[in-house]
Design a protein around this ligand. Structure first.
Ligand code: ZN
Length: 143
């Protein structure tokens, strides 16, 4: 694990929260991205070498909608940057952590991601993420 890549925060209204976090952090978001596979709209803020990711449900079936229904807005996940996501997934599975996806999948912000079940990590939803190399023909045009 290399660093905390970002902290994910579930919000009801991305536009309003973008304005709020711009006030809080003193700088606006640098990107908005819809992740259709996760049914979310996201925005990203830089904070030092880490980021804040705001997540808004894009439809009622979104995991973010269910999260907010149950627990309200707030911190949703911690994302750790890894150099080799497949190796980390194997290592963590061998350590007894429950992986929520068997293969890395395409996440927001040009990342391959995998989630760990919160039940295996003291209630924390953990995201592993690995930057997708700029010109990797294997992942170009995935979406
Ligand atoms: Zn995330």
């Amino acid at each position: 694990m290399l660093k905390i890549e970002h902290i994910g925060i579930a919000v009801r209204d991305l536009a309003r929260s973008n304005a709020l976090f711009a006030q809080l952090l003193g700088a606006p978001h640098y990107k908005i991205e819809a992740v259709d596979s996760e049914h979310v709209n996201t925005s990203f803020f830089r904070i030092g070498e880490s980021k804040i990711e705001l997540l808004e449900a894009s439809d009622p079936a979104s995991p973010i909608a269910r999260f907010i229904d149950k627990r309200g807005e707030g911190i949703h996940h911690l994302a750790f940057e890894v150099a080799d996501i497949e190796a980390e997934m194997q290592r963590l599975a061998a350590e007894g952590f429950t992986l929520l996806n068997e293969r890395p999948k395409r996440g927001a912000d040009n990342k391959l991601v995998c989630f760990l079940h919160p039940k295996s990590a003291n209630g924390v939803l953990v995201e592993l993420c690995q930057e997708i190399p700029a010109a990797d023909p294997a992942t170009d045009g995935m979406d």
